[in-house]
Ligand binder design. Structure first.
Ligand code: ATP
Ligand code: LTN
Length: 333
């Protein structure tokens, strides 16, 4: 709770250009909490360095991700938008929570297993303790809800376990957060391999539709999307490619699967792919226009970053010092 309001918190890594998976699974849903919740949305640059980043690109994407938050409808006057590394309490709490997290718990995290397989030459301790930093992000703000894609559910569940463990020793320390996972946008799949999550760090750029892709590129990518040898536009087991396209169409239009199947009855995959491309490009066009305007004024963006970090620090400091006191750390301020 924050001043009598429930709290929503989420974060996106500036580890690549944001995809429609990030948009439909997370970003698009962030603004639906703005009226009733106190919202903190963070660009998690400290998480991004668990995988090697090119510094100039990390810097550029940090600005871009914040600009996309605003372009997707998050008003910085109503929501606290900031960069994780600007609020040092995240790293401080992460250390403390490391001491309340078990090695075995972290070993079971599927993202760790996937990422260590993908980056076998750099299985660093940060990659392993990544979920503890994420738990710190969430718990610092006494968060009630965490809007995320389904791939992050396991991490939010670990965060709940850590919070409950701390609360057992130090009662009433943390609010226990709930993951909020949208139904249709929960897991957008790769256009090249519909068994795999669409991911911003995928090397195959044709497998991924970026929020900032232009209309021609979006349509070309959907036209090439892997489907099946069947001819029917129908949501069914084994039709992963078509299921994914139906999901994407549903997210952008708000239509149900049945409505979509009826709309495209008797039509071919080519027509359907074209329609998915059109609704996607049309929905993203206003976001892209706002993004360009916002990014044009870097100084204004920096002012927002600073204001967001100050607001976030104020709350984060309160939670951290409450826990430090409970732990027995001497406070001399
Ligand atoms: P990376 O490839 O660097 O791991 P990512 O594309 O998986 O990145 P994150 O920054 O890890 O993106 O995720 C930000 C948010 O977007 C999270 O809430 C995550 O669950 C959501 N998300 C990411 N990819 C998808 C997807 N394909 N479908 C639905 N939600 C997604
Ligand atoms: N781990 C998330 C990004 C992330 C996050 C968070 C999401 C970092 N901190 C706090 C929700 C709440 C990811 O990899 N997508």
């Amino acid at each position: 709770m924050f001043n009598g309001q429930k709290v929503s918190f989420s974060g996106i890594q500036p580890s690549g250009n944001l995809t429609i998976g990030n948009y439909l699974g997370a970003l698009k849903n962030f603004s639906s909490y703005s009226e009733q919740y106190k919202c903190f949305y963070c660009v998690v640059d400290s998480h991004a360095i668990t995988v090697r980043q090119v510094p100039a690109e990390l810097r550029r994407r940090t600005y871009e991700t914040l600009a996309l938050y605003m372009a997707a409808g998050l008003d910085p006057e109503k929501n606290t938008l900031y960069v994780q590394s600007h609020v040092h309490e995240h790293a401080e709490l992460a250390w403390i929570l490391n001491c309340f997290t078990m090695f075995g718990e972290l070993s079971r995290m599927t993202q760790f297993k996937d990422k260590s397989a993908k980056h076998a030459d750099n299985i660093n301790a940060g990659l392993f303790t990544y979920p503890v930093l994420m738990a710190s992000d969430i718990l610092l703000y006494q968060t009630d809800v965490v809007p995320v894609g389904v791939d992050q559910k396991q991490h939010v569940e670990l965060c709940r376990d850590i919070a409950e463990r701390v609360n057992q020793i130090y009662p009433d320390m943390f609010t226990i957060p709930e993951p909020i996972i949208s139904t249709t946008g929960r897991k957008i799949m790769s256009l090249a391999d519909p068994m795999k999550k669409m991911s911003k760090s995928d090397e195959n750029t044709n497998a991924v539709v970026y929020i900032l892709d232009d209309k021609d590129t979006i349509i070309r990518k959907f036209k090439r999307a892997v489907t099946d040898s069947d001819m029917e536009i129908r949501y069914a087991e084994g039709k992963d490619g078509i299921n994914n396209l139906i999901n994407i169409y549903a997210c952008f239009t708000g239509k149900s699967n049945e409505e979509i199947e009826r709309e495209f009855a008797g039509k071919g995959y080519g027509d359907f792919k074209m329609a998915v491309g059109e609704v996607c490009a049309d929905a993203l066009a206003p976001v892209q226009a706002r993004f360009n305007e916002i990014l044009d004024d870097k100084t204004a963006l920096e002012v927002q970053m600073k204001k967001g970090a100050e607001e976030a620090s104020y709350v984060a400091r309160r939670t951290l010092s409450k826990l430090q006191k409970k732990l027995g750390f001497v406070q001399v301020r």
